[in-house]
Design a protein around this ligand. Structure first.
Ligand SMILES: Nc1ncnc2c1ncn2[C@@H]1O[C@H](COP(=O)(O)OP(=O)(O)OP(=O)(O)O)[C@@H](O)[C@H]1O
Ligand SMILES: [Mg+2]
Length: 224
């Protein structure tokens, strides 16, 4: 055994070089940022990279409708529909106002196994706070989600909203401890609208923590 860490390319130009070649295979990485920082685009780009490489992919959307996700991806030239038709991509919407039991959330465990999913995206876990009125329940369910991902052979990107104007990485303050990696997206409002990305945590990976300039163009996200 070489002990070499197997890595999964993110599909974000400039990012893999900062994290020794990509995300650690089968890890769960959290993308945190306030509104409009590019979390959903990051998700679609990660999925698109997987689809190009023959990975089976699953996109669970809690907020936007699947149609909208596909439309927005298409703006960047990522034809998700084609792969959904082929059965290589599954897009599922989970209605936050569906009041079914907590465990129902874990239908995705069997879907992951049944479809042999390699890449999973969950956008955005912040909506969990609408399901459950007490924070303990939110944390418990986040924990269950991450545990389910850990028990499956899947590389996952989860997103969460970071509270604006507060010095908190995540809303509940627990998400960042549960996952293997945390990437923060920012918009610096001073002097225009510079975007940045910083790697706050990445287990088994040597990385810097400084912020890197980020761009969103017609080709998607890239890091300078
Ligand atoms: N084609 C494009 N070219 C350049 N920038 C774009 C393009 N499409 C979207 N954007 C930028 O990306 C932003 C939206 O990104 P995205 O939807 O990924 O953000 P988000 O973090 O998911 O936001 P939310 O918290 O609302 O879900 C837009 O506000 C815009 O600034
Ligand atoms: Mg979004």
């Amino acid at each position: 055994m070489s002990g070499k860490v197997e890595r999964v390319k993110t599909g974000i130009p400039g990012l893999d070089e900062l994290i020794q070649g990509g995300f650690v295979k089968d890890n769960a990485v959290l993308i945190t940022g306030s509104a409009g920082t590019g979390k959903t685009i990051f998700c679609s780009q990660f999925i698109w990279e997987g689809l190009q490489n023959g990975d089976n992919c699953m996109f669970i959307t809690f907020e936007e409708r699947p149609e909208k996700i596909k439309q927005e991806a298409m703006d960047f030239g990522w034809d998700l529909q084609k792969y959904e038709d082929k059965g290589q991509l599954i897009i599922r919407q989970k209605d936050p106002f569906d009041t079914s039991e907590g465990d129902e959330l874990f239908w995705f465990r069997s879907e992951l196994e049944k479809n042999d999913v390699d890449r999973l995206v969950m956008d955005s876990t912040s909506i969990l706070s609408l399901y459950y009125d007490d924070q303990y329940k939110v944390r418990e369910n986040l924990f269950k989600i991450v545990r389910t991902i850990e028990e499956s052979d899947v590389t996952a990107v989860l997103t969460t909203e970071s509270p604006e104007g507060e010095d908190k990485l995540t809303r509940f303050g627990v998400e960042e401890y549960l996952v293997d990696g945390v990437i923060k997206l920012d918009i610096l409002s001073m002097g225009g609208s510079a975007r940045s990305l910083s790697i706050r945590k990445m287990r088994r990976t040597k990385h810097k923590t400084k912020s890197h300039e980020m761009e969103i163009t017609e080709d998607g996200i890239s890091i300078q």
